[in-house]
Design a protein around this ligand. Structure first.
Ligand code: HEM
Length: 148
């Protein structure tokens, strides 16, 4: 019984975290070129990242990433849409397809949190922790698919 209660309250925390992060992403997105700034930070965050995107059309990629971030937030909420969207992204990023090494996901997360901190005028230490939690959950799911 006690276990069930713990599981339930952890799930509740996720839903609230995801809700707060979704609002934060909304505020951050209307205050500037969120995705453009994200790529500026991400591509410079580790020397091996820029060459991976050498053939990328960023006008297309920006929309896709915006969608990807929304799916990560939905996934943290426990949504079926989030899970099926991340399952598809996990498939394209795995070793035998785009071959995105799992150790690069920490730069992705740090760049996203950095961008959110620059753009969300209501950012707080609590919200930064929530962003980290929400992204960790999705990144864990995607990077664990590397060898599938
Ligand atoms: C959890 C984090 C990530 C999410 C949600 C994400 C999301 C996406 C999405 C939605 C696409 C569009 C194609 C598709 O749907 O598969 C994409 C493409 C791509 N992603 Fe990611 N990604 C993540 C992490 C990374 C990381 C860490 C790298 C490492 C460098 C990376 C490299 C790429 C590349 C190279 C493409 C293809 C770009 C092109 O079309 O030229 N992604 N990603």
């Amino acid at each position: 019984m006690e276990n069930r209660q713990i599981t339930y309250s952890e799930k509740e925390i996720d839903v609230n975290d995801a809700q707060d992060v979704m609002m934060s992403f909304g505020r951050a997105s209307i205050s500037g070129d969120f995705i453009g700034r994200f790529y500026e930070i991400f591509l410079e965050s580790e020397p091996s990242i820029k060459p991976i995107f050498k053939n990328t059309d960023f006008s297309k990629q920006k929309g896709l990433l915006r969608q990807g971030i929304s799916l990560i937030i939905l996934y943290a909420k426990g949504s079926v849409v989030g899970t099926s969207g991340l399952t598809r992204i996990r498939d394209t990023h795995r070793k035998t397809k785009m071959n995105i090494p799992p150790h690069l996901y920490k730069y992705w997360k740090a760049s996203l949190v950095q961008t959110a901190t620059e753009f969300d005028k209501n950012m707080t230490p609590k919200l930064i922790t929530q962003w980290n939690k929400v992204i960790d959950k999705g990144v864990k799911f995607i990077s664990e698919g590397y060898n599938l």
